[in-house]
Write a protein that binds this ligand. Structure first.
Ligand code: FAD
Ligand code: DLZ
Length: 510
């Protein structure tokens, strides 16, 4: 009897565990573009194009390699609108008596799939996703008994485990685990940022763009100027492009933000790593080789490797250890609705406008825009975690619940009470001024705090500090903020709080 092997839209590699020991003559690969996956959030149009096109290219490839493939292309009138319905029909049509798949990346679908064996009345084998460097169990073992989970310590374990950037004596290369202190330069246009890697859409991708325009017209973003890679070969070329042109400066300008440049020296590889077109460990190894060959400095390569070996693995571990309760956390008790300008970019705050507009055009914003601009604003404004999480899940080409949720709910919103990060990344307009050139082009004045044209981040920052005194005053990393706040004259504090109140009442007008 044949097995049905289900491959999901973010599992696009023949190294996926579901295909191990499969028989290409007998078993059947099932892939499906379905309404349920394409609409559980308001996915950016470019994310749908990326996934549908990459899925179609993958299916063509494995079919040409001799696999039997059932591929369902999207149509709103398809009878089967969920992955379960597609699998059920394939079981009926083929007489297969077993389903094999690799565990999925989201709790929502994981819950459904873990009931399939009963609902479909056949064994459903769900295999571990071996694309990650640490298994879920390894992370849980590492976390057990620790009072606080800190990325830095987990990252060191991953360096030891992989041997990446390690000496033969088991010490970190360069004598330090972390070169972050060197990675905080503002970018003033020099050296010029490289143009991002681009692939012109082929016929298959153009068909998908038309499909998305027709059936997903009300989704966020645009399909215009789609230039993501949709095959592993092109994703490899994107990696080479990053290593050749951006990696050498990745570290120096990792935290920089620019008024003119959307991508700066970032890799733009997360959409590919997350859907299977690139392997995370291979990406780190390629960066490490560049350092060994003297093609990039250690602060750049260590900083880059830490994002993948450290943060990416860490947030995944946190997600699976704490779901489903994690998604409901709201320890700061936020109640405010997400301002509508998150969907339109229609705000006079230059940094917010630029970050949201880039997001709309590119399905991409770099880490510091996500953390310190749109994230920081949501934190200071006290937006309901659920709403801001939904926004981040929708708008980026790399967004999947397992990686988005801990980054937004934990890192940005501190809604987990400091489980993921030791202090909130709250910052006033001064931070944005220090790291970007937005402020000189802004309607609001960053050096003012209480006037009508004052940068909203300033008063909102102090309002946040004041209203969360009980949450943070005893946090050793926040003590200085409270001392600074308490040192200000009472009239000044009152004026800042009044301005903060006014801003919060009228967020939509900013
Ligand atoms: P680079 O800056 O070049 O970094 C290299 C790689 O490191 C990335 O490709 C990514 O794989 C990994 N990485 C870096 N930071 C993180 C991190 N904090 N968590 C996990 N991986 C990381 N990343 C996602 O992949 N999907 C998301 O949905 C997502 N949502 C985020 C939401 C917020 C609020 C924040 C602050 C961060 C989020 N990130 C997310 C992490 C990070 O911003 C993106 O991975 C990064 O911007 C992707 O662009 P890049 O490939 O150019 O990354
Ligand atoms: C994100 C996405 C989209 C938009 N569409 C599909 C789809 O039609 N078929 C599919 O198999 N996967 C899709 N995906 C990715 C899934 O949502 C993803 O596999 C789960 O969220 C688990 O990470």
């Amino acid at each position: 009897m044949p097995n049905l092997i289900l491959i999901l839209g973010d599992q696009l590699t023949t190294n996926i565990s579901a295909l191990e020991d499969a028989d290409r003559k007998q078993d059947r690969i099932v892939m499906a573009e379905v309404h349920d996956e394409a609409t559980y959030t308001n996915h950016h149009k470019k994310k749908i194009v990326l996934l549908f096109s990459a899925m179609r290219h993958f299916a063509q490839r494995v079919e040409a390699d001799g696999w039997q493939v059932h591929y369902q292309a999207y149509h709103p009138d398809n009878h089967e609108q969920s992955l379960e319905a597609v699998v059920a029909r394939q079981l009926r049509e083929t007489g297969a008596d077993r389903v094999i798949t690799t565990e999925c990346g989201e709790w929502r679908l994981h819950e459904q799939m873990s009931q399939w064996h009963e609902r479909l009345d056949v064994p459903v084998e769900i295999r571990p996703d071996t694309r990650f460097i640490a298994s879920k169990q390894e992370f849980a073992d590492w976390a057990e008994g620790r009072k606080q989970l800190r990325m830095e310590f987990f990252y060191r374990e991953m360096r030891r485990k992989t041997g990446l950037m390690m000496t033969s004596g088991g010490k970190p290369e360069g004598g330090q685990w972390n070169f972050d202190a060197d990675n905080r330069r503002k970018w003033t246009g020099k050296p010029p940022a490289p143009a991002p890697f681009r692939v012109e859409p082929d016929e298959l991708t153009r068909e998908v763009i038309d499909l998305v325009e027709e059936h997903f017209a009300d989704h966020f973003g645009t399909t215009e100027d789609f230039h993501f890679a949709v095959t592993p070969e092109d994703a490899e070329r994107a990696l080479d492009h990053f290593i050749d042109f951006a990696l050498p400066c990745f570290g120096d300008f990792q935290d920089a933000i620019s008024d003119d440049e959307d991508w700066l020296f970032h890799s733009i590889l997360s959409p590919y790593i997350n859907c299977g077109l690139l392997d995370p460990l291979a990406v780190c190894e390629a960066a490490a080789r560049a350092w060994h060959a003297g093609r990039a400095p250690i602060n750049a390569v260590e900083g880059f490797v830490r994002q993948i070996l450290g943060w990416r693995e860490f947030v995944r571990g946190i997600y699976w250890m704490n779901m489903p309760g994690y998604a409901k956390e709201n320890r700061l008790g936020n109640t405010r609705a997400l301002p509508w300008f998150y969907w339109t970019g229609d705000t006079k705050m230059r940094c917010m406008h630029k970050a949201i507009d880039a997001t709309r055009r590119n399905a991409y914003a770099h880490h510091i825009q996500r953390l310190m601009v749109t994230g920081n604003f949501a934190l200071l404004a006290g937006v309901r975690p659920e709403e801001i999480c939904d926004w981040y899940l929708a708008v980026y080409a790399d967004a999947y619940d397992w990686v988005e949720l801990p980054n937004v709910l934990g890192m940005v919103m501190h809604a987990d009470g400091g489980y993921l990060g030791s202090k909130p990344y709250a910052a006033s307009g001064k931070y944005i001024q220090r790291m970007s050139d937005h402020c000189s082009n802004c309607h609001y004045k960053v050096n003012k705090s209480t006037e009508a044209d004052a940068c909203p981040f300033n008063a909102l920052y102090w309002h946040f500090i004041d209203r969360h005194r009980d949450d943070f005053a005893s946090n050793p990393r926040m003590g200085m903020m409270y001392r600074n706040w308490d040192r200000q004259k009472p009239e000044r504090r009152e004026a800042l709080l009044r301005r903060g109140d006014d801003l919060l009442i009228d967020l939509e007008q900013l």
